[in-house]
Design a protein around this ligand. Structure first.
Ligand SMILES: O=C(O)CCC(=O)C(=O)O
Ligand SMILES: [Fe+2]
Length: 208
């Protein structure tokens, strides 16, 4: 990869984001392949609305999710990953393609369905306890273009945004999970559904 990319800050100015943190590939999947995958997943994935504990209350996540993966992934994070669906041929093919491209033996994929502009994922970083330090996460986007924001944990003014297009691939890597947070914010604009797939290699936490 290594191509130079432009990311856009809130001010509308473009600025290059270090590609040791994020690599963006628009058109990773061609239009028809992306269209078919969107329709298939939208109609057949075992979508669920999960409860998360926030401020001592159970609240529903503002999006639907589904997990697919290997049995070994289930053993790692039994509570959060369950139920874990078996790989479908289409997701298995994508996993293989991404494993070669990213050099990572992904053993699970988390699917998010943002039904409209009101669905979102709040600022967070993905847990390194179950992915090891400096994990590579391969994120494929289908459907509605949404904005992916990142901000540095130590200085929230240090932030970038990138539009994740239909059929695009975003590789998150290096110190992104350690030093930065990311989100997909709600939008007041009329928006169609978007499906995001994050391929992950989850591993048993190491106890020293
Ligand atoms: O929808 C996206 O692009 C990001 C999803 C995400 O950050 C996550 O599932 O951890
Ligand atoms: Fe995330």
């Amino acid at each position: 990869m290594g191509q130079q990319l432009s990311f856009f800050c809130d001010s509308g100015q473009s600025s290059a984001l270090p590609d040791e943190l994020l690599e963006y590939r628009p058109g990773f999947l061609t239009g028809p392949v992306a269209d078919d995958l969107f329709t298939l997943l939208h109609e057949t994935a075992p979508w669920q609305q999960r409860l998360v504990r926030m401020y001592e209350k159970d609240v529903q996540t503002p999006r639907l999710t589904a997990w697919f993966g290997d049995e070994e992934a289930l053993e790692v994070v039994e509570k959060t990953i369950r139920p874990l669906a078996r790989w479908t041929p289409e997701l298995e093919a994508l996993r293989r393609q991404l494993a070669v491209l990213a050099g990572v033996a992904f053993n699970s994929v988390l699917l998010n369905l943002y039904r409209d502009g009101q669905d979102s994922v709040a600022w967070h970083s993905d847990k390194e306890t179950i992915m090891g330090s400096h994990p590579v996460i391969a994120s494929v986007s289908l459907g509605q273009v949404r904005t992916f924001d990142i901000r540095r944990k130590a200085d929230h003014a240090d932030k970038y945004a990138v539009r994740l297009e239909h059929g695009s691939l975003l590789l998150m890597k290096g110190k992104l999970q350690q030093d930065w947070e990311h989100r997909v914010a709600k939008s007041t604009q009329q928006m169609g559904p978007r499906i995001n797939l994050t391929f992950r290699k989850v591993v048993k936490p190491r106890h020293n």
